[in-house]
Design a protein around this ligand. Sequence first.
Ligand code: 5RP
Length: 293
Amino acid sequence: MADLEGTKEEHEFHTNVPFKNEAFALRGSNSLDWGIKNRLSNIFRPDTGRTVMLAIDHGYFMGPTTGLERVDLSIVPLLPYADTLMCTRGILRSTIPPTFTKGIVLRASGGPSILKELSNERIAADIEDAIRLNVAAVAVQVFVGGEFETQSIENMTRLVDMGNRYGIPVLGVTAVGKNMSRDAKYMRLASRICAELGASYVKTYFVDEDFDTVTSACPVPIVIAGGKKRPELDALRLAYQAVQQGAAGVDMGRNIFQAENPKAMIQAVAKVVHENMKPEKAFDYYQTLRTEK
Ligand code: 5RP
């Protein structure tokens, strides 16, 4: 019990100071519940409003992808430089040290492998397990225009209902099928559908023309996937163009873990995302880091 003797009695109630009621700065997120905002703050750095998510969930349909054969050796050393890690619960439990305290975005959809129709996904993790793993968000693939479009959208809306019940944000991942055109019109459609149906934020692809219309028409933050491996300077240019045109960061996988020097690359990407560093300068930074012992 608290000691009642000798307690300090001079109160300062600051009666003439208005109560601080700060708005939550993240796009479209001000009306969300405290727990969701708190988890989003473990994904998007509050000082910049942006994130460098390291995506390593490829194995859930691609198996041991190049660069992810030994996550303990290739990815764990990168964790200090990532704001958030996107992975499956299998990799999380088996390989990621629980001392990693930044946001985990848990892959929560799956089913088909690369040998089958990819849009035929189901929810692949329940919300109790997400809570048990203390994740910052769950991620679900949405195949707008795909063969199993409705099923994949239902996966997302069910996760949104479950997530809202427990304060867990949902990342809607727009999956662009082989027959879809990767243009701003498609990305606007797919990302807006995710946001309208309750995703807290959306992952989509950068497009060369009119990407700013994609971010503008989406009422929640957008992060971009890196896509197939490209030369390091090109990947830095991609990240730069995306954030300059309104993206709130990247959810980048292969262009980091398949880079010639992944540790240098993730730090260069962070300079672009959080400090608006120009890609050429970030590439110089990459070269400096990669030649350091
Ligand atoms: C798979 C995903 C991946 O996380 C995504 O593709 C990001 O990785 P990359 O930058 O390698 O494209 O969501 O569906």
